[in-house]
Design a protein around this ligand. Structure first.
Ligand code: 5GP
Ligand code: ZN
Length: 113
């Protein structure tokens, strides 16, 4: 399958990996939008948020839990941070393997652009 993030999971493309377990992988975004900008992805290929099914619900929780753990480790959990998942073209998705953006270390505005 020609999926960039599946290739990162299989170590066919290098990435700056910051966390890994049986279900998820987390690595630094190549084009960071904040002092910390980490992508957290499931190890199974799911193209968009629209493709999530009942058996995936625990994994989605693990993405969120991993984000909070990484935020705590980096010391900005209490100050606050931004978690984003973009879906499809209008949502700004460019890589079609679901990923959670964890951004921290600066203040964010709302609404998001
Ligand atoms: P999206 O726009 O789909 O929500 O987010 C895709 C993210 O993947 C972008 O923030 C982009 O910078 C990041 N990205 C794209 N290609 C690579 C890559 O080869 N390596 C890493 N580490 N990040 C990438
Ligand atoms: Zn994939």
């Amino acid at each position: 399958m020609d999926c960039l993030f599946c290739k990162i999971i299989k170590r066919e493309i290098p990435a700056d990996i910051v966390y890994e377990d049986d279900e998820v992988l987390a690595f630094n975004d190549i084009n960071p939008q904040a002092p910390t900008h980490i992508l957290i992805i499931p190890k199974t290929h799911i193209a968009t948020l629209n493709d999530i099914e009942e058996p995936d619900l625990a994994m989605i929780g693990r993405l969120q839990y991993t984000a909070a753990q990484l935020a705590r480790e980096r010391g900005f959990a209490e100050d606050g941070y931004r978690v984003v998942m973009n879906c499809n073209e209008m949502g700004g998705q460019t890589v079609y393997h679901i990923h959670m953006h964890l951004m921290g270390g600066r203040e964010f505005t709302w609404p998001a652009g």
